[in-house]
Design a binder for this molecule. Structure first.
Ligand SMILES: Nc1ncnc2c1ncn2[C@@H]1O[C@H](COP(=O)(O)OP(=O)(O)OP(=O)(O)O)[C@@H](O)[C@H]1O
Ligand SMILES: [Mg+2]
Length: 526
């Protein structure tokens, strides 16, 4: 086993910190494991007197008690196994639960900039894959460290006690077999890693083919996609064949070496039996112990695998937990806003960009007025509006709401005065009513009024389930314009004084747009 690098050690310590509250269950689990290890070493230890006493010497004491002892041993073993599994499952599920909750809490507090630089799949896999990986690897590591090492110690002590010369001889031979097995295993591992990569490529192509099916159809991309897929599918076929052969070669080689060692041990052992050094029972017990040693030793040798897998997963979970939340140094609150906005020499540059996306800009917006921003695509309109609810912080200059620098307001205090319809409409996989009322406690009357003001009432009422209609993931069951009107209704239902519409009517026909504008006009006057 190689020593861990310092960063991994830090991760390990941090991870272990999570186990602290569960030390009682942990101790119970360890106790059960000790019992389990003892019972494992107990199997060959029981075999020797059992065989010698019953078959060889026909001792009435053994004839009566040996079967009972065997049953008891396996009963204890089963109970210990159950107890240790339950204890570790209790800890690992709690650990997973806590990590997921902490990550989600952090996710809710992260700045917009984080989501702009992170692929969502990457965030999701930390909740699903990485967290399970930590728990899975953790259980494996603890099992190896405690149960396997104790089992190995117990079994080794037993075989050396039984016949130290035969043991010594065997343990000189065994490493040869281990080396051969290691060589065979390495090729297999390399092949299966390659295979995994190829499956990753295939997933990628499949994802793009399903997601981009419209583009493929219209642009005639079938040939291109077919070639891409064929190349990967062929690679997978070759790799799977090689892997199948490699694993079939491996087994007979390892078995053959094992048989050679066994023959040598039998040869020496029978010689010692002739000298009355070793009984039949002792001999069987010796082989049983050797067989029982195999798996735990293997797991101990490979202990670094689950350890490293678990630590890598823990690192990516902790990386998310260590992301900095939105900067919120504002302390003032503003119970009632008039809605006067003032922009003073406002500039903004995206992180990592080499020039400003906006500004410097001066602008004044009076309460109860409409201001329209007009500009070419990419000129910075969306960027500009994102500065008002502080989705991004100005790089320079300041924005005042009713004469207060918005950075002095707490984020919730500022945002409750703002309603926002984004250029990319986001809807939740829920009913129409819940999408409109999102984040408020609005009753059905207000939901209806908001839908009316947003020009959405007609199409909602035409649906068979009306306001209770589930709209599917991001509203796939609605048209682009219907989605936009729901988003507008969601903005209108809040009593925010500032309403931001970023191309909110781009998917509406002129007639619907006029209706929405009338609705807004009524709201301003009312
Ligand atoms: N998250 C981002 N990171 C870096 N640059 C960005 C980011 N978002 C936008 N930009 C850049 O900032 C500039 C302004 O973009 P913005 O979205 O504000 O334009 P827009 O006026 O809203 O355009 P459109 O009319 O097409 O919606 C663009 O050049 C764009 O490339
Ligand atoms: Mg825009």
């Amino acid at each position: 086993m190689q020593p861990l690098p310092p960063s991994s050690r830090e991760t390990l310590l941090r991870l272990l910190g999570y186990f602290k509250p569960y030390w009682r269950i942990f101790a119970a689990g360890i106790l059960a494991m000790v019992l389990l290890a003892a019972s494992e070493a107990g199997i060959p230890a029981l075999l020797k007197p059992l065989l010698d006493g019953t078959f060889v010497e026909r001792d009435p004491f053994y004839l009566k008690w040996a079967p009972l002892a065997l049953i008891t041993l396996f009963l204890v073993r089963g109970l210990a196994q159950l107890a240790s599994s339950a204890a570790f499952a209790a800890i690992s599920t709690r650990l997973m639960h806590r990590l997921r909750e902490e990550m989600f809490e952090r996710l809710l507090s992260l700045p917009t900039a984080f989501f702009e630089r992170t692929v969502s799949g990457n965030v999701i896999s930390r909740f699903t894959y990485d967290v399970s990986q930590i728990s899975h690897a953790g259980v494996q590591v603890f099992n190896a460290l405690i149960k396997d090492s104790l089992t190995v110690i117990g079994l080794l002590a037993y075989v050396f006690w039984l016949d130290w010369q035969l043991s010594l001889f065997t343990f000189v031979l065994l490493p040869t077999a281990a080396l051969i097995a290691k060589y065979v295993g390495r090729r297999q591992r390399r092949l299966s890693r390659e295979l995994q990569d190829s499956f990753g490529d295939m997933t990628h192509v499949l994802e793009e083919t399903t997601r981009g099916q419209k583009v493929i159809k219209i642009h005639g991309g079938q040939d291109y996609e077919r070639r891409r897929f064929d190349r990967i599918a062929k690679a997978i076929r070759h790799q799977q064949f090689k892997l199948a052969v490699a694993s079939t070669i491996g087994v007979p080689i390892v078995e053959f070496v094992g048989a050679v060692i066994m023959a040598a041990v039998i040869w020496i052992g029978t010689g010692r039996a002739a000298e009355d050094q070793l009984t039949v029972g002792g001999f069987v017990a010796f082989f049983t112990a050797l067989g029982l040693l195999f798996s735990p030793v293997k797991r101990l040798i490979k202990l670094t695998d689950p350890l490293q897998r678990g630590l890598a997963a823990a690192e990516s979970v902790f990386a998310l937990l260590d992301e900095l939340p939105e900067v919120d140094r504002g302390t003032r609150s503003l119970p009632e806003a008039r809605g006067a906005l003032r922009f003073e020499r406002v500039r903004f540059r995206y992180p990592g960009a080499d020039r400003d996306a906006l500004g410097p800009l001066d602008l004044e917006i009076a309460p109860d007025s409409f201001t329209a921003l007009v500009g070419a695509s990419g000129s910075g309109k969306s960027t500009f509006v994102s500065l008002i609810p502080r989705l991004h912080e100005v790089s320079d200059g300041r924005i005042l709401l009713d004469g207060i620098d918005i950075r002095e307001l707490g984020l919730p205090a500022l945002r409750r005065h703002i309603a926002f319809v984004d250029q990319q409409v986001i809807l939740f996989n829920d009913s129409i009513a819940n999408n409109i009322a999102y984040g408020t406690a609005a009753d059905s009357e207000r939901i209806r009024q908001a839908a009316k003001d947003a020009g959405a009432l007609d199409f909602i009422e035409a649906l068979p389930q009306g306001f209770d209609t589930p709209i599917g993931e991001n509203g796939v069951k609605l048209s682009g314009g219907q989605r936009q009107r729901l988003a507008i209704a969601r903005a209108l239902i809040t009593d925010a004084r500032i309403l931001i519409l970023d191309e909110a009517t781009s998917a509406l026909d002129t007639e619907s747009e006029r209706l929405v504008q009338q609705g807004l006009e009524r709201l301003r006057e009312g």
